[in-house]
Design a protein around this ligand. Structure first.
Ligand SMILES: Nc1ncnc2c1ncn2[C@@H]1O[C@H](COP(=O)(O)OP(=O)(O)OP(=O)(O)O)[C@@H](O)[C@H]1O
Ligand SMILES: [Mg+2]
Length: 261
């Protein structure tokens, strides 16, 4: 049984389809990156997969079961989504935000217990945000906020974590720290990771598989070596690129040479 299986997915905000005829599956416990140019449909796809948007047609099976058969709370126990845009205007404390990750496990009037506090503290610790726990979410930096939102997703203890460009506001140290943390979560707990990321080299370094989206369609899916080819990158990003192995990480390494004329 797959963690996620998608069949013949189509979606449009208006008449025009932005997700076209997408089918794929993700095996349990894999680390998957979705790459593709701006506007290719990556964020839209993640929102459909996490049940925020209903597709015009097609099917999504989550852990073997049609996603439409799940209750909202049950989906929240299975999937946590870290969105691209994490603006929060409310004056919540960091610890309260992370505690929201525990809501799917609580009845309507049920208070948080010791176990919830332990899980929240662990998530804060793992994302290196424990020192921020009593600060207001509106009064920390963009990168710190991004780490807090990831802490909330971890506290949700889902079976799949989907993250939309979680490292885009982070310095190189914190980028690697977050990706290492996701990798650790992935290998220790078997949590399936689905990551949208622009940095193709980081995608290649951390992922078991890469999905390359172009104009709402899948242009390639497979190992980094299979997907990150000069042909695929040239036809989707319209760039001349050089692709080699990085001698330090021993993973695929892409250097942009120039925009295709
Ligand atoms: N709320 C919306 N209403 C209408 N059209 C939208 C909406 N959000 C996105 N789109 C359009 O859908 C297409 C796919 O957008 P999407 O945000 O999924 O791209 P993306 O691959 O995540 O891009 P980026 O790399 O810039 O984040 C684009 O053409 C975009 O203009
Ligand atoms: Mg996006």
């Amino acid at each position: 049984m797959y963690a996620l299986e998608v069949k013949d997915l189509e979606f449009g905000y208006r008449d025009e389809l932005v997700i076209r005829d997408i089918s794929f599956h993700i095996e349990k416990g894999k680390f998957i990156s979705i790459i593709g140019p701006n506007g290719s449909g990556k964020s839209t796809l993640l929102k459909i997969l996490s049940n925020l948007y209903r597709p015009n047609s097609g099917y999504i099976f989550l852990d073997g079961k049609d996603i439409r058969a799940f209750k909202r709370k049950e989906i929240a126990k299975k999937i946590s989504l870290v969105p691209q845009d994490t603006n929060i205007d409310y004056d919540f404390m960091v610890e309260d935000i992370v505690m929201m990750g525990r809501h799917p496990y609580k009845g309507r009037f049920q208070k948080e217990d010791e176990e919830d506090y332990r899980i929240v503290e662990e998530a804060l610790y793992m994302t290196n945000t424990l020192q921020l726990k009593d600060r207001l979410i509106t009064e920390i930096s963009g990168g710190e906020r991004q780490r807090v939102i990831i802490a909330k997703a971890l506290a949700q203890e889902p079976f799949i974590i989907m993250l939309d460009e979680p490292t885009s506001n982070l310095d190189i140290n914190h980028q690697i720290e977050i990706l290492n943390l996701l990798k650790r979560f992935n290998s220790k707990r078997g949590t399936t990771i689905v990551l949208v990321i622009h940095d193709i080299n980081l995608a290649a370094r951390y992922s078991d598989e890469i999905i390359l989206l172009n104009m709402g369609k899948i242009l390639g899916k497979g190992s980094p070596e299979e997907v990150i080819t000069t042909k695929n990158i040239e036809s989707s990003y319209h760039m001349d690129v050089a692709i080699e192995k990085n001698k330090y990480t021993n993973t695929i390494y892409l250097t942009p040479i120039g925009v295709k004329g």
